[in-house]
Design a protein around this ligand. Sequence first.
Ligand SMILES: C[S@@+](CC[C@H](N)C(=O)[O-])C[C@H]1O[C@@H](n2cnc3c(N)ncnc32)[C@H](O)[C@@H]1O
Length: 210
Amino acid sequence: MSFDRIARHYEWIESVVFGADLQRIRCSHMETFLRAESILLLGDGDGRFLKALLDSRCSAKIICVDSSQRMLKLAESLTKDSGQNIHFVFSKIQDYHLPPCFIPDVIGAHFFLDCFSEDEILVILGRISSWCKKQTKLIVSDFSIPEEQSLGRFIAKVLVWKMIIFFRIFTGISARKLPKIGKLLSKMRYKCLKKVTLRDGFLCSWIWQL
Ligand SMILES: C[S@@+](CC[C@H](N)C(=O)[O-])C[C@H]1O[C@@H](n2cnc3c(N)ncnc32)[C@H](O)[C@@H]1O
């Protein structure tokens, strides 16, 4: 899987389909990020969330791990004027070893877990759990198909189907359907502390803790 091919186009494609709503949902738990002294961002992409974090005067130590060189380059250039020491790491999360001295207060995963199959997510969550201390918050933003039969549910299903086909063709993601992220986190014994939604539940951001 590589997001290199679409890295430069990611932002405009997102804004055509979702306007500003994805960025709104990524930033919906900003106050939790701002209380952290150390933050680990997983598959954070082109750096727009990171820039918003820095613009909100975040002074935490930050590590960003992404398996796309081009995404990391974009994130680096978008945030280079912040003067903050951000550690950008080119690695698959499955192969990454967090430095033992870095214990994250918050781990952020925005629209990252939906790239994987449910079996892969369980493996990734196992790794994430090993990086968590007692108070570590895991903030996950992602799509979720609304439960209620409605036009919104139908539109969400069609959009998800189109997105999965698009990302499978252009990036090679392994997900064939939208993973039930909430269920998987609960299965791994995470407790949901807070949930924010947009577009009738289609866009979600949760705070989880072990
Ligand atoms: C769908 S994009 C999401 C980007 C951004 N977080 C957002 O909110 O839009 C998925 C990101 O995860 C990265 N990624 C995919 N597989 C990965 C892996 N195994 N390890 C680390 N990063 C990965 C991609 O390079 C890409 O930047």
